[in-house]
Design a protein around this ligand. Sequence first.
Ligand code: AKG
Ligand code: FE2
Length: 231
Amino acid sequence: MFPCGVVNEYVKQVRQLACQLLDMVGEGLGLQDTRVFSRLLQDSENDSLVRLNHYPPWPGSDRAGGDADREPAAGKSRDKRSGGRIGFGEHSDPQILSILRSNDVDGLQILSAEADDGGVWIPVPADPAAFYVIVGDALQMTNGRLVSVRHRAMANSCRPRTSTVFFGAPSPGTRITPLPQMIRPHAPRRYKSFTWAEYKKAMYSLRLGHNRLDLFLADPDDHDQDSGISN
Ligand SMILES: O=C(O)CCC(=O)C(=O)O
Ligand SMILES: [Fe+2]
């Protein structure tokens, strides 16, 4: 295990990185208040967290489907198409932004944009010197301008994979709704407003792979004017 001071320092630095990236997102979207997202992570009540993932080695195989007849380890499932061993099933991260670092063992895959055939899994090569940035569900509050990416981790390697993920989240009471600047006649409001606590509650009542935002799709006749982010 890492000493506590090292973890705290890592979290501090990676949170700063997330804030810088979010300010760039605000700038890119042409928002007047470019710090609207990063402020949520700087709030003293923010619900950000760090997860350390460890995927044990899979002896005798270093490629998906290479050993498809073997029984998966307890608690691990298989990809139906490739037969590869899934270490962390398909999901989107619920928070605002995730910053992932891993060792040099491959495993992360992202799902190509929604397609009729359910999309294609694209492997993301591991690079221990890189930070991987994953848009979370809460950033879909840009009214869908930024879309959370569905991803998973395979555990097919004969070496263990480790990943450290910082999930930047707002405070439980923060009310999240599409920013008014993102709502246009050609881009009507897509989501209802909810607090981060309500979203988490919905998340825990659903399976990992469920598209939770579907529960919060706006009614086309909903003329609720409450939009923006507040806490
Ligand atoms: O370990 C990985 O590459 C993915 C982990 C992940 O998606 C998560 O912890 O949410
Ligand atoms: Fe994830």
